[in-house]
Design a protein around this ligand. Structure first.
Ligand code: XMP
Length: 323
């Protein structure tokens, strides 16, 4: 019979057969799919898998550390952290156009990942390296049977590695839907913090700051976002809400009165949505008390923010993210 337990076992066996005695690498994004794919491969080939986590400095408060810890503790897999905050922020300096931001973040990510590959595989005389990807069944269908939607090419040569080194894809989730992936992840011992994680965009907070992305603005948004998430969790709303981006309107200012004086600060937008698959979404009717607590705390605790607004636009016409 078909159970989550034997899906996991079956995939572990298949991956072991595919990779044989070779090595594999996997880019962890912090999301469910790459973590579960990596956990399966780690069970199959042990320390011949190296995971790479590129920390672009655009994650939420304490998020990178929590992901690293949870992943290490639950899988025991080899994990290489690339601290690339400075490179990403330098590359993003002066950029305000959303598509431009996305392109820069994607390009820097590949650059960091390739550099990590060179370090991991550089002095091996292997001819094949395996690249693990968390492609799901809906991705396979959407791309007409191709290799998922990731922006990492399936066959590419990397400067510094043996000339004829080829990458072959390992995609243990290709036949699974999201809920099955979560179940397999739990089965393999990944904590809820990873398997029940709400969607979060690859470009991170870089596309939640409307205007130029700077370290100072990121820190302001991180504080506001952490308060919003804490209150949502306390109110028990994490499962009901698909996700709630908090967006900093960094180029907008408005007059306020905080403490004993006039302020001229920035607004944030709460964007709570319900959705089945992110293709369409409805704005979520948050309880007034929860909105009130979030608003009061953000304006009290984050001095640069003097106004909290709620986005009541469905998708379409508004996308979930603002950029
Ligand atoms: P939109 O804003 O298009 O978002 O309605 C739909 C879903 O996708 C997430 N999203 C991304 N996820 N890389 C990702 O991995 C991205 O560049 C990206 N942009 C948007 C968004 O958070 C929502 O869940």
């Amino acid at each position: 019979t078909w159970t989550i337990g034997n899906i996991a076992e079956d995939q572990i066996e298949r991956v072991a057969a595919q990779i044989g005695e070779h090595r594999a690498i996997c880019a962890l994004s912090g999301g469910v799919d790459s973590a579960v794919a990596a956990a399966i491969v780690a069970k199959a080939i042990g320390d011949r898998l190296t995971c790479v986590y590129v920390d672009h400095g655009l994650m939420r408060k304490n998020e990178s550390v929590a992901i690293e810890k949870a992943f290490r503790e639950s899988t025991g897999a080899e994990l290489k952290i690339v601290d690339a905050e400075k490179e990403f922020l330098d590359a993003l300096a002066g950029v305000t156009d959303p598509e431009e931001k996305r392109k820069i973040i994607g390009r820097e990510f590949i650059r960091c990942f390739e550099r990590a590959e060179v370090e991991i595989l550089g002095d091996s005389d292997e001819k094949v390296a395996f690249l693990v990807q968390g492609t799901l069944y809906p991705d396979v269908v959407e791309s007409g049977g191709g290799a998922g939607t990731s922006n990492i090419k399936s066959h590419h040569n990397v400067g510094g590695l043996p000339e004829d080194l080829e990458f072959e894809l390992v995609e243990p989730l290709r036949e699974l839907f999201k809920d099955e992936v979560r179940a397999v992840g739990s089965q393999l011992g990944l904590p809820d913090e990873i398997v029940q994680r709400q969607p979060f965009p690859g470009p991170g907070l870089g596309i939640r700051i409307i205007g130029e992305v700077t370290k100072e603005r990121l820190d302001i948004l991180r504080e506001a976002d952490a308060i919003a998430r804490e209150e949502m969790t306390k109110a028990g709303l994490d499962r009901d809400i698909w996700q709630m981006p908090v967006v900093l309107l960094a180029d907008v200012r408005s007059v306020g009165v905080q403490g004993d004086g006039r302020t001229y600060g920035h607004p944030v937008v709460l964007r709570p949505v319900t959705s089945e698959d992110a293709m369409t979404a409805d704005w979520a009717r948050l309880p007034y008390e929860v909105m009130e607590r979030i608003s009061t705390r953000i304006t009290n605790e984050v001095s640069e923010i003097n106004r909290v607004t709620v986005d009541i636009t469905s998708k379409p016409p508004g996308t979930i993210e603002w950029e």
